[in-house]
Design a protein. Structure first.
Length: 207
């Protein structure tokens, strides 16, 4: 990305929307040319504070920084999508996203939060710990067995035409599949990338 091709506003600023790799919108703030260059140079998202009239590295004080992954301008090149890896909550309220609220619905990117939690549980695997920690401690055979068991429960619930039971069993299957993926050093995002690649191949007429 060439910063010289961007369209900054009359005030010298451009809006930046921060999104996690899982697709969750974390925050919106403003960048001037110096903030953008600092972001590119340091690898941590830096903004321009309109109230303080100064640069600020997101999370410099709290430790909840945003590790830069990629910056994409929009079609008019007057707004930025900043893909970042959050190192903790993003909002000053202590919530994961500035757009979190009491009435906020659960959306697919929430799976990214679940994955982060399960990664932490995996790092602290303990035969005497929580259910998740115990499964990680027991290893791939035990986790894989749970995936098979939950898959069978999903089929039974589907055939019984019980929506609540079906969704509950599907949630259990997804949870245990995520455990198996993490145990094997993979993630749901890797699965999504595989599906995306297959779809792109078929769309291109190569499969």
């Amino acid at each position: 990305m060439n910063p010289e091709t961007l369209r900054f506003g009359p005030d010298g600023l451009i809006p930046g929307i921060v999104q996690s790799l899982a697709g969750e919108v974390r925050m919106l703030a403003w960048l001037n040319r110096e903030a953008l260059q600092r972001t590119l140079d340091t690898g941590f998202v830096t903004f321009w504070s309109r109230s303080r009239q100064a640069l600020w590295v997101k999370g410099a004080t709290s430790g909840n920084r945003l590790r830069l992954l990629q910056i994409r301008p929009d079609c008019d090149r007057d707004a930025l999508l900043i893909l970042a890896e959050p190192e903790g909550p993003t909002c000053h309220r202590g919530t994961e996203s500035c757009f979190d609220g009491e009435a906020a619905p659960a959306t697919l990117p929430w799976l990214g939060r679940l994955e982060a939690l399960l990664k932490a549980r995996k790092a602290a695997a303990d035969p005497a710990g929580s259910y998740t920690q115990k499964l990680f401690a027991q290893g791939v055979d035990r986790i894989a067995k749970k995936v098979v068991e939950e898959a069978g429960e999903v089929v039974i619930a589907a055939k019984n035409d019980d929506r609540e039971a079906f969704l509950g069993e599907a949630a259990d299957l997804l949870f245990h599949l995520e455990l198996l993926l993490l145990d094997r050093g993979a993630s749901l995002l890797d699965v999504v990338e595989t599906l995306h690649r297959r779809h792109a191949d078929r769309a291109g007429g190569t499969a």
